[in-house]
Write a protein that binds this ligand. Sequence first.
Ligand code: SF4
Ligand code: SF4
Length: 122
Amino acid sequence: MPPAAASHPCLACGACCAHFRVGMHWSETDLATPGGVPVALTEPFGPHAAVMRGTWERAPRCVALNARIGEASRCTIHDRRPPACRAVNASWESGAADAQCDRARVAHGMRALQPGDWPARG
Ligand code: SF4
Ligand code: SF4
């Protein structure tokens, strides 16, 4: 398991990696793109798409996630994660709420992040 986290809220969360189906075009895997998403961690989804294994389940949980949800979390393929993962932002890290972040956290029994969860920048 990952070490207990940490300064960034995502490192003590992981909810979005255990809530959504994570899809991609097959060409974003390392079948077609060197350094792309490891195809071994995906499964086909229709003729042109793939999903991260574990995320197309009744209770989704990405196979690449190493986490105790709400305590400590790490993506084991962080540098090779799909674009859909990169599109989810921790709410208020960049000055705005993120609906997916909020929905995933609430679904896992956590409150949505608030602006005050981030240190003031100045
Ligand atoms: S983006 Fe939001 S839901 Fe996802 S790990 Fe970070 S804080 Fe949790
Ligand atoms: S690839 Fe990484 S960031 Fe994306 S859902 Fe899986 S564990 Fe989360």
